[in-house]
Design a protein around this ligand. Structure first.
Ligand SMILES: Cc1ncc(C[n+]2csc(CCOP(=O)(O)OP(=O)(O)O)c2C)c(N)n1
Length: 673
């Protein structure tokens, strides 16, 4: 193997050697411990260390890296103490994730390492968001994301590279092509000759290098880093290497022709570099022995600390509190406590208010938030010059500029990921999902990255996703869905769903101020059909607080969104029934105290939602009431929901589909029970 030291001093070369050897020796020790049954399996990087180590050393310590499961060298080169890493791998409370995450699936802000989720590809778009933050602040920094050659087959790879190219982001995308994705060889993974050829398709530069030569990796990435910063462009690097062990320790390598191991053994990154240093008299054999002995001793002493963790004593309170950032836990049901907070910002109304449609209230909230937070970025398809599919951001680009009002390519997953990346760098992101239905193509990033990141490694996701939702507009199965229940089942998200202009504004402002990921549902059919007084001021309505819309004592309708208006209309048309209406306003976390109070007032509950019946949030609420308020009930809790079919296009079919079509029947059934 040819090494070109360029202008590296002997000290620098020795520093690289130490960084390269350290993860190898750790893993060799881990192999012994695995055989002794003392540790659990992990994904070995033996044979690939030059990439992780060379890349990390080529970056500044405060530049974010998005490593994957085989990159111990990133963690060690960022000087993470081995004992703490070991506690992490053992699932100990005093590791990096309080025992919540496995092996390398964790991140750490202090070391600027972003924790991966198992799905591999989503890491890439987070690097886009971090790079966008650098670009907006005009910082001379890059972000660097790893992917295996297997991961390049994921849509996330395409989306992340495309966004980085279109937005001219200083991101280094680094492919570790190690020959196999689990058991799948490259011939069954892709058809291009080299993966780096894909760079051209995205309009970015790319280079393929020997990933086993640490100086090549280090030097290339240093140069690419300069290029990305200077030209404000992304770059793709394909590092050729080989996985010398099984996919994970304990899974075997039967599917790999033995000859390949022989060939790649000769290209071992450490042996070759060691030889280069020896031949050039940069290190002697005794110098090598000295370092190895020092490392051996270090490993033993670090392991002793690493093994010395107290047993895990689960603390339910702490587990639940860490779901969200910046506040003590979720609004959990408290039996017996009745606190209904119906406080509306009425005092603001008396000060100065104007009549706005729901859509205008949303616009005003966004506008005021953009002024309030200079670090707020809005992203979405067609939202800049065009003003968005519903014209909510019309005019924003002229006032706030293209940097903060960002048109996006059609790549929902990458934009959610980029929003998380912005959050890593302290920005706030609002993403407009053109229609809530399209959240399905950003689903993984929402439910696995945004929702879980705070619990997993203490990084908040300061992201709001606006979700134009609902039917009644004759738009068919893919522009009409009520998909809030996809998200209410995911711990870590907040789900907000206003029904009035005053709430729409206050809740959106609260969502943007909240450091957690909030899905903000806005009903398209209410946009222009519902108006009301809205304070001109900048104000919040507290997330997690329901609103009593109407008081009554015969039946209580618990609802949200369009259901609030259906219920109000029904109550107005049926003065003979004393109907209490509760507008939930937030679906996650639910306001259990307000729900309980509604049961206390009426004893008969109908849960009404536009979403389909099976698996809807109504089932959860009904179960909770049955469990916690049984003595207060005079009838079974009933649900009125839409038909369990996709949302049909034909207007008559759609009317029939809607829960509203069955509201009278359900109310009659409940009152006559
Ligand atoms: C979306 C997704 N599909 C499948 C898997 C299971 N899986 C984990 S690692 C892996 C192979 C990845 O290959 P590659 O990207 O080349 O990285 P390598 O493991 O070789 O470093 C697979 C299939 C996964 N984690 N995520």
């Amino acid at each position: 193997m040819q090494f070109d030291r360029k202008d590296l001093t002997n000290e620098q070369l020795l520093d690289i050697y130490r960084n390269l050897l350290w993860p190898r020796m750790i893993e060799e020790k881990m192999l012994v411990l695995l055989r002794q049954g003392k540790i659990s399996k992990w994904f070995s990087g033996i044979g690939q260390e030059a990439i992780a180590v060379g890349a990390t050393m080529a970056l500044q310590p405060d530049e974010w890296i998005m490593p994957l499961h085989r990159n111990l060298g990133v963690f060690t080169s960022r000087n993470m103490p081995l004992h703490k890493l070991f506690k992490q791998w053992q699932g100990s409370k005093d590791g990096y994730s309080k025992g919540r995450e496995r092996s390398f699936h964790f991140g750490n802000k202090e070391h600027h390492i972003c924790g991966m989720i198992s799905h591999l590809g989503p890491q890439l778009a987070i690097a886009d968001g971090v790079a966008l933050a650098h670009k907006l602040r005009k910082e001379k920094k890059v972000s660097l994301a790893f992917t295996g050659e297997g991961g390049t087959s994921e849509g996330d790879f395409h989306e992340a590279l495309n966004v980085a190219a279109v937005w001219d982001l200083p991101v280094i995308f680094l492919i570790e092509n190690n020959g196999y994705g689990l058991s799948t060889p490259t011939t069954e993974q892709y058809r291009c000759i080299s993966l780096v050829d894909k760079a051209k398709g995205y309009g970015m530069g790319g280079v393929q290098i020997d990933g086993n030569n640490v100086l090549t990796v280090y030097d290339t990435i240093k140069g690419v880093r300069d290029y990305c910063i200077k030209n404000q462009k992304p770059y793709l690097i394909e590092c050729l290497t080989f996985r010398m062990r099984g996919h994970e320790e304990a899974s075997g390598t039967k599917y790999v022709p033995p000859k390949l191991f022989e060939i790649w053994e000769l290209k071992d990154p450490i042996k070759n570099f060691e030889l280069f240093l020896s031949v050039n008299h940069i290190i002697s054999q005794s110098g090598i022995d000295e370092i190895r002995n020092e490392f051996k001793e270090n490993i033993e002493s670090e392991l002793a600390i690493g093994f010395d963790s107290p047993g895990m004593i689960p603390d339910e309170e702490e587990e639940l509190n860490d779901i969200y950032a910046g506040q003590p836990g979720i609004n959990r049901p408290q039996s017996g406590v009745v606190v209904v907070d119906n406080s509306e910002p009425a005092h603001y109304l008396s000060e100065s208010s104007h009549e706005l449609r729901l859509i205008d209230a949303i616009k005003e909230a966004l506008h005021q938030s953009m002024k309030q937070h200079t670090d707020l970025v809005i992203m979405g398809q067609d939202i800049a010059e065009y003003g968005g599919a519903f014209k909510i951001t019309d005019g924003f680009v002229n006032e706030f500029g293209k940097e903060r009002i960002r048109n996006t390519p059609i790549c929902e997953s990458a934009i959610v990921g980029a929003a998380l990346g912005l959050s890593l760098e302290g920005y706030k992101g609002v993403m407009e999902m053109q229609f809530a239905d399209f959240a399905s193509v950003g689903f993984n990033q929402i439910v696995n990255n945004l929702a879980k990141v705070n619990y997993r490694w203490g990084q908040n996701a300061d992201v709001v996703i606006r979700m134009p939702t609902g039917g009644g507009v004759g738009a068919g199965p893919f522009h009409s869905q009520s998909n809030e229940a996809w998200f209410t089942h995911t711990p870590g998200l907040k789900v907000v769903y206003p029904s009035t202009p005053i709430d729409a504004k206050g809740l959106l402002i609260a969502a943007i101020n909240d450091p957690n990921p909030v899905l903000y549902f806005e009903h398209k059919a209410l946009y222009r059909s519902i108006s009301g007084p809205v304070p001109e001021k900048y104000y919040e309505i507290e997330i997690g607080k329901a609103r009593q819309v109407r008081s009554g004592n015969e039946i209580g309708i618990i609802t949200y969104g369009a259901g609030v208006h259906w219920a109000e209309d029904y109550a107005a048309e049926h003065p003979e029934i004393s109907i209490d209406i509760l507008d939930l306003r937030t679906l996650l976390p639910l306001d259990y105290a307000a729900i309980r109070a509604t049961v206390e007032r009426t004893g008969r509950i109908l849960i009404l939602h536009e979403d389909t019946l099976v698996g809807g949030i109504g089932g959860e609420i009904a179960a909770w009431i049955a469990e916690h308020c049984f003595p207060l009930l005079d009838a079974p809790v009933m649900r009125c929901a839409s038909l369990d079919t996709p949302v049909p296009f034909n207007i008559e079919l759609e009317k029939n589909f809607m829960a509203k079509a069955r509201l009278d029947e359900c109310v009659q059934k409940l009152t006559s029970y």
